[in-house]
Design a protein around this ligand. Structure first.
Ligand code: C5P
Length: 237
């Protein structure tokens, strides 16, 4: 089972989720639930994935006042989420509050602290989109590194970023800081709305700790074969 590939279960059809995760269960170690999967499975998902030996990434990208995000993250931790993310642009205080409440919840539940991640700039955004949407004069990669440093300062474990930004983030935040990269497209897959992309092999070669893949697997005619091809690429085969 591979512990670097996270499959995004982006569907609200519970039967499809059960089928997909069952099909991939022997080769994939992590499943990601966004709002759709979460609305279908709810908190029951955590013990269910765990009993099958899998880890769960809750991708709800929290972004609110510190107290609210701290409570949200604490609830997810208590129920068994292994990885949780929030927008780094929510600020230092928000991320610090989340870290502290998540670790308290884990201590009380006698479970390991969850991996907490800051989302930098979405991988669907390119340089022009970033500057026009944020009214920023900064380069997108500068903003990504700025947010990664803020995330580290807050005590989070790492960031979600494009594989194209791994190198400057590593330089600024060091080897122990986790980098989780969506925006992954094998050469044979459609980019869809993703912009700052690389292949699975390139992301691993650049130093990604985890890669997140959704549509190239879950919309493939044969998801098991697609996942196996991606894993082969990651292993350099
Ligand atoms: O289908 P695709 O491979 O593009 O899916 C990527 C997944 O990663 C989606 O679930 C998307 O919400 C998520 N994601 C992302 N960019 C981020 C954070 C999460 O694409 N910055």
């Amino acid at each position: 089972m591979d512990n670097r590939l996270i499959v995004a279960l982006d569907t609200d059809d519970d039967e499809e989720i059960i089928w997909l995760s069952g099909t991939l269960m022997d080769i994939v170690g992590w499943f990601k639930m966004g709002f759709q999967a979460f609305s279908a499975l709810g908190m029951e998902a955590f013990p269910w994935f765990e009993q099958n030996g899998h880890n769960t990434f809750v991708d709800l990208k929290f972004h609110d006042i510190p107290n609210t995000v701290a409570r949200d993250v604490s609830t997810m931790t208590k129920h068994g989420a292994n990885m949780i993310n929030m927008h780094a642009s929510g600020g230092l205080e928000m991320m610090q509050a989340a870290r502290s409440r998540a670790d308290d919840a884990a201590y009380k539940a006698r479970i390991p602290n969850p991996i907490l991640l800051g989302v930098t700039i979405l991988t669907s955004m390119d340089e022009m989109g970033f500057q026009s949407n944020f009214g920023s004069e900064r380069q997108l990669s500068e903003q990504v590194v700025y947010l990664a440093k803020l995330t580290k300062e807050a005590g989070l474990d790492g960031v979600v970023a494009s594989p194209l930004e791994i190198e400057p983030i590593r330089k600024a935040c060091g080897d122990n800081f986790l980098i989780v990269t969506p925006g992954i497209r094998p050469k044979w897959a459609d980019p869809g709305d993703q912009r700052r992309i690389t292949t699975p092999a390139e992301a691993i070669n650049r130093g990604a700790d985890f890669i997140v893949v959704g549509r190239p697997i879950i919309e493939a005619e044969d998801p098991l074969e697609a996942a196996e091809k991606i894993l082969d690429e990651m292993r350099g085969m």
